[in-house]
Design a protein around this ligand. Sequence first.
Ligand code: HAS
Ligand code: CU
Length: 563
Amino acid sequence: MATIQASGGPLVARAATTDRFVVEKRVAAANLAVALSALAVGGLMGILQILQYNGVDLYQHIRPALPGGYYQGLTVHGVLNVLVFTTFYIMGFLSFIAARAFDRPLHSAKIAWAAFAIMLVGVVTTAVPLLSNRATVMFTFYPPLKADFFYYLGLTLVVAGSWLLLLNLALTLRDWRAEHPGQRTPLAAFMAIITMTMWSLSTIGIASEMIFLLLPWSLGLLPGVDVVTARTLFWFTGHPIVYFWLLPAYISWYTLVPRQGGGKLFSEPMARVSFILFLVLSIPIGIHHQVTDPGISEIWKLVHAVFTVGVFFPSLLTFFNVVASLENAGRARGGRGWLAWIFRLPWTEPSFVTQVLAMILFAFGGIGGLINASYNVNLVVHNTAWISGHFHLTVGTAVALTFMGIAYWLVPLLSGRQLFNRWMALAQAWMWFGGMAIFSHFMHELGLRGMPRRTAIGSVPYMQPEWQALLPIALVGGLIMFASAFLFYLNIVLTVTAGRRVLSEPDVPFARAVHGADGMPAALDRFLPWVGCALVLITINYGPTLYQLISTIRLNVPGLSPW
Ligand code: HAS
Ligand code: CU
């Protein structure tokens, strides 16, 4: 079976590859299993939350399992969905896709398994206090809310395990370069390395927060904590984490979706520029989450707001490039006219449709992001349900729905079986799209009407009639998403257990590029100079604030566990 590389180079014929990638397949399967299990439990909490908003508190009926009620459920929802599901899925997907793009196994099976093992120990360590209501602190674990030591330890292990993928990819790149002197790194592998480099750099913030503040504090070794310093270190990682979730989805949109649609990627150099910009610009903008925090100079808040508009740009490049690639596919399939080519796209191919629907909602999530980023307008939306609307379009759709779309080809490939039912998959994708469109629209609306986020709205004494009018519609959206998730899991479980066995392994659908890597500037295939640029910008944008916070640090705020 032939695989086409996105580099625009010649077709690379590949004979039976099954055995060469057995480790990568197992690593991917193990990571996906944890990821999808986490999403199942985390997603279930979501429906309990929107029911609670509507005055139906099912948490009361599961008290023995979740004694902390709404707030514990919300913490489980956030931790499992955006920390565990995303990180494990990304580890599995990137390990697999990078090896296939390099067309060679990863450098070390031991490192790949060690990463998985460390992260798994981390998840279990976090889960114990989380489920026993000793860590009801949300996924952002802002002090002075204080969780059990093991909650912080477990999350630290998940992050530390993920660093090993960067090590493994870097070693694999070295092996590959030795075998292919002078050649351009295959696009998907290049993008995977950029993603993991950006992530590893960005996690310096959360690692410092854990090691110097939260871990010793939760052990009683520090008299108290410094709230603003902790929050600033958190958002040093907490903003770029959203691009750590997004970039693997972009890898799929750039290197796989064009071919799944029947066409080619429009421009490989432009795709590389976009990823390099993410590496350089993702981190020095985290203070846009702290516009209302005291103790940080307005100048630096403004600088971070301006740079946030800068990081909008690589997503605009992606918008252009991905839509141009879809147009290429539509025309290759006989499409005509300015827009009529859209109808020629393969609208019955589950993986493709799922991801295109994710892209469409992401355009709206992106627009909302720009509103969040607009310094003074942020004051209108901050800490309201608007933000929940925003991130359900971004991580909850652009990322989660894309990952479901990837699962529609990856799970069959890993299990050696056909997708159980393509129509069920198509229904699932449209239901997520429709349900999320309703849910997130009304969450944005509720936010504009002043409804706070992270609040058990169903039991507050200040419930407003205008919220009461809109909440049931958001619930309808939530119920449609719930049904969609049910179909997804049914299809995946039936695929793995009862899908028709396939004799020959399907191809990984890497796309070729219209404008490929030939003649592209060498800088677009380098890593270290861009890491250097990122470090310079981080130093400029964070240096003065961190210096001021650390030099005036006062570890005197006692911890609270009000639940
Ligand atoms: Fe955000 C808060 C700004 C993107 C996630 N964000 C959050 C939180 C989360 C989150 C989880 O500046 C809450 C954290 C918390 O708990 O407090 N965000 C932005 C900006 C962007 C952005 C400027 N966010 C994301 C992504 C996320 C994510 C991506 C997850 C994956 N966000 C903010 C700000 C806050 C914030 C403030 C703080 C608010 C506050 O006050 O608390 C941009 O990167 C967005 C750029 C995106 C685009 C869209 C490009 C569209 C594409 C698809 C094109 C294809 C199509 C298909 C349409 C420009 C690439 C066509 C189809 C055919 C058939 C033709
Ligand atoms: Cu952000």
